[in-house]
Design a protein around this ligand. Structure first.
Ligand SMILES: [Zn+2]
Length: 255
């Protein structure tokens, strides 16, 4: 049994087929991750119809400008849903021109506070912003009481150590399987297995051997297999541990 802890499903036109293939390949549960207020509502609606699908509510750094009291109230309301397992994806992204660091940091902190208030973990998106994200997370340490997940981890062993100390789980995506994965296999080897998660971030980042295709939740098994081969463990053992980890940090997955 596998779990995809981070994917984007609701807006796919082929979701019926994608869900059927996931079922056939023993993908037991999937978390459909929102990136703004509108998608938070859509993910909620979609998850309410499909037993295997759970969701997050939150605003991605690229949409940070839309975070207002009204937005935060909407996310808070959605967070009460039995299938809302985390706040996310939230964080910082300095990749594309035109971002506003202050607006992003402010939106990130407000949503960390919200997660703390509603007693949910949060899923973090981090791109080209390592120093700032580590600084923000350390400054918010007192508000990280319900766990947190660093999604699609791409950092160093040193950063992973800081995140572990803050109570984070580290989630690997297809990038772990890429030939240019650089330090990632070392990070995976270093991490205790009880703090590791696996995801697809589909439709993006299809793992080897399907790199370059449209990704989907069934492919999480390739990420899990890669973790197992790095750890020198049986795939079933790794898959079961990841499922237990996901239940531990996102207890509403048991609903
Ligand atoms: Zn994502």
């Amino acid at each position: 049994m596998f779990i995809d802890t981070h994917c984007h499903l609701f807006e796919r036109s082929d979701k019926t087929e994608v869900l059927e293939r996931a079922k056939q390949d023993k993908i037991f549960k999937m978390i459909d991750v929102a990136f703004d207020t509108a998608s938070s509502f859509s993910c909620r609606d979609f998850s309410s119809k499909i037993k295997e699908v759970y969701f997050t509510a939150g605003v991605h750094p690229d949409a940070a400008k839309e975070v207002s009291d009204k937005t935060l109230n909407d996310i808070k309301m959605l967070s009460n849903d039995t299938k809302c397992v985390a706040i996310g994806e939230i964080g910082l992204d300095y990749h594309y021109e035109g971002f506003d660091k202050k607006v992003q940091i402010d939106a990130f902190i407000k949503q960390i506070e919200l997660a703390n208030e509603v007693k949910l973990p949060f899923q973090v998106h981090s791109r080209d912003c390592t120093k700032d994200i580590v600084d923000v997370l350390i400054s918010q340490k007192a508000k990280i009481n319900n766990g947190a997940i660093m999604h699609c981890y791409s950092g160093s062993v040193e950063t992973a150590k800081i995140l572990l100390d803050l109570g984070f789980y580290i989630s690997f995506s297809g990038t772990l399987t890429f030939k240019n994965a650089r330090a990632l296999p070392d990070v995976c080897a270093y991490l205790p297995l009880d703090r590791v998660l696996s995801e697809t971030d589909s439709p993006y980042l299809a793992p080897v051997p399907l790199r370059g295709t449209v990704n989907e939740p069934k492919n999480v098994k390739f990420v899990t297999e890669k973790i197992a081969s790095i750890k020198g463990l049986d795939v079933d053992v790794v898959a079961n541990t990841i499922l237990t980890n996901a239940y531990t940090v996102m207890p509403k997955l048991k609903n």
